[in-house]
Write a protein that binds this ligand. Structure first.
Ligand code: 6GU
Length: 228
């Protein structure tokens, strides 16, 4: 799967992409991430990408020409089967079914905003799918783009080992409506707090039943909204 990220701050990405699961997926050629600086499509010699809003008001607006032309240039580089996503707090809130639908594309262009937002004609012309990562304000779409890459990459076949199968994740498949049970590892006791006895018995049926109950209780306590 290929990601093309359009941003004013491409330098934010290599640290994140260079570690752990993402690094492994990129090294194995299962994932490619191409970074593009929107400023490269600026028209004037000052390389302006933002300007004051018509009608007045605070902040700056991302200009239509560099953004539209950056997206069009990227779209020329990629085969069909791609999809354009605009990261904006005004978009549809990201959830696991949306992540699953994004993972079906062979390429995603992730358009990151900054400042007070995009000139509205960016939307009119490009018709992106608009996605938000939650009801709070970020300084820009970059962290949201990483969030999408992170969640989508987990679903690409071969990225996770068998042991890490995404089938068991919360919010997905059978577990769509439940949180995960609590987990323990060694030591058996720490500062007087003991690992639940049942987990040490080796009785797989009892362990499964305990975990199921734990998961149900947790979901009820913490996320009543997930229970149908
Ligand atoms: Cl995608 N962008 C910004 N700037 N803030 C957000 C967001 C995106 N999603 C939630 N808050």
């Amino acid at each position: 799967m290929r990601f093309d990220v359009l941003t004013l701050f491409p330098e934010m990405f290599p640290g994140y992409l260079g570690q752990s699961l993402l690094k492994r997926a990129i090294d194995a050629d299962l994932v490619a991430v191409h970074l593009h600086n929107i400023r490269d499509w600026a028209h004037d010699r000052h390389q302006s990408v933002d300007d004051r809003p018509f009608g007045g008001g605070p902040g700056m607006v991302l200009k239509v020409e560099p953004v539209v032309e950056a997206v069009e240039a990227v779209e020329k580089q990629v085969d069909s089967g791609g999809h354009l996503v605009m990261l904006t707090p005004q978009g549809k809130r990201l959830d696991q079914p949306t992540v699953e639908s994004l993972a079906d594309y062979s390429q995603l262009t992730l358009l990151c905003g900054r400042y007070e937002g995009f000139d509205e004609r960016v939307r009119t012309i490009l018709q992106p799918e608009e996605i938000s990562v939650g009801d709070y304000v970020l300084n820009g779409g970059e962290v949201a783009a990483m969030n999408i890459i992170d969640a989508v990459v987990r679903l690409i076949p071969g990225v996770l080992g068998d042991a890490e199968s995404p089938i068991q994740d919360s919010f997905s498949g059978e577990n769509r409506h439940r949180l995960e049970f609590s987990q323990y590892t060694r030591p058996r006791e720490y500062r007087g707090f003991k690992v639940p006895e049942v987990l040490l018995t080796g009785n797989h049926e009892e362990i499964a039943a305990w975990r199921q109950q734990e998961s149900t209780d947790r979901t009820r306590q913490r996320r009543e909204d997930l229970i149908e």
